[in-house]
Design a protein around this ligand. Structure first.
Ligand code: SF4
Length: 338
């Protein structure tokens, strides 16, 4: 009679593989982590935190975000209140240059190193790109040397080159979800189109910021698939969002991801992506509340957005900055990132 093979504990494996060697978990391993029982979450978070400290250090990247063009997007991403295809209450609006300069200044004043200019579009047209160019010029003329990121949808090679020329150092473009689930979430463009844009950004030398949203009806298997697809891209930053079921969108009645499940997801993504900047993005107040935000920061997260998100109100910036002081996590300074 042969003995049954001994079950190897995934966290023990991760301690050696991820913490000691810096090698992210495979899809099967991520799935195992996502299936851990609730009573092992503290152990998972402790390990995820150790991985983050070992491979990224104690610093936290603080970022501000502003919407240059809000609402009225022709695409049909089912989670998005800025799509013009759904009856959500977000109205189409443009921010003017003085508004942009003011938002950048306020962001810099919080100590943030990163300011992201966002537009709700399929991709930028000439008008939008010239607004961005004028905006960046005006921010610099204001004496503000904060690093500029952009999130303007899908790009052509020419547009990528133009952004590099403007001095944009990081570009955000989310894959949103696993490749196998994407067609259920978006029908007006493909996962591959997003992937192509990301590849061009990387090749042009800009930093890549790419993440997605958890809680859009994907299976645990698809969450694991998504984590390794992101790892394959080797993004500099991964914003992890939890679905906000926005009124008027097809997902308005989707349940909010529960705290324990969200924490398991944060831990699993950190173990799949040991070196990336992992950012808490939209939805964290809903999912975690105040206490859970802290748990996430001690569970592998090392970046936050301060102030308001695009269409949903975040916590006041000072609350987050106070939390970082309490956790003895220094804010990543601008000079160190240049
Ligand atoms: S492309 Fe962006 S702004 Fe437009 S609907 Fe999709 S997520 Fe929303």
């Amino acid at each position: 009679m042969t003995a049954a093979p001994e079950q190897v504990d995934v966290l023990a494996v991760a301690r050696e593989q991820v913490l000691e060697q810096g090698v992210g978990l495979s899809e099967e391993q991520v799935l195992e982590v996502l299936r851990l029982p609730d009573d092992r979450i503290p152990e998972l978070l402790e390990l995820a935190h150790a991985v983050r400290m070992r491979w990224c250090g104690p610093e936290v990247e603080v970022e501000g975000i502003v919407s240059l063009k809000t609402g009225g997007c022709p695409e049909d991403c089912h989670f998005c209140s800025q799509s013009g295809q759904f009856p959500s209450p977000v109205r189409s609006a443009w921010l003017d240059i003085p508004g942009l300069v003011k938002a950048a200044r306020q962001t810099a004043e919080t100590g943030a190193s990163e300011f992201c200019i966002v537009a709700a579009v399929r991709g930028p047209d000439k008008r939008l790109l010239s607004q961005v160019r004028d905006g960046i010029k005006a921010i610099r003329e204001d004496g503000n040397d904060i690093q500029i990121a952009c999130s303007l949808g899908m790009l052509t090679q020419e547009q990528v080159d133009e952004l590099v020329d403007m001095g944009v150092h990081r570009y955000n473009h989310n894959l949103e979800t696993a490749r196998s689930h994407f067609p259920n979430v978006v029908t007006t463009h493909s996962w591959e189109e997003r992937w192509d844009t990301l590849k061009m950004i990387r090749a042009a030398g800009m930093e890549v910021c790419c993440g997605g949203i958890i809680g859009m009806g994907e299976t645990l298997e698809q969450r694991a698939e998504f984590a390794v697809q992101l790892a394959e891209l080797e993004p500099d930053e991964v914003p992890l969002n939890f679905l906000i079921p926005n009124p008027g969108t097809p997902y308005e009645n989707y349940p909010v991801v529960e705290g324990p499940e969200a924490l398991r997801t944060v831990g699993a993504f950190r173990l799949a992506l040991p070196r990336t900047i992992l950012r808490f993005a939209g939805g964290r107040e809903l999912t975690f509340g105040d206490l859970g935000a802290k748990q996430g920061m001690l569970g592998g997260v090392n970046a936050i957005i301060v102030g308001n998100y695009l269409t949903n109100l975040g916590r006041p910036a000072q609350d987050d900055l106070d939390m970082l002081t309490e956790l003895a996590m220094p804010i990543k300074e601008l000079s160190k990132t240049l």
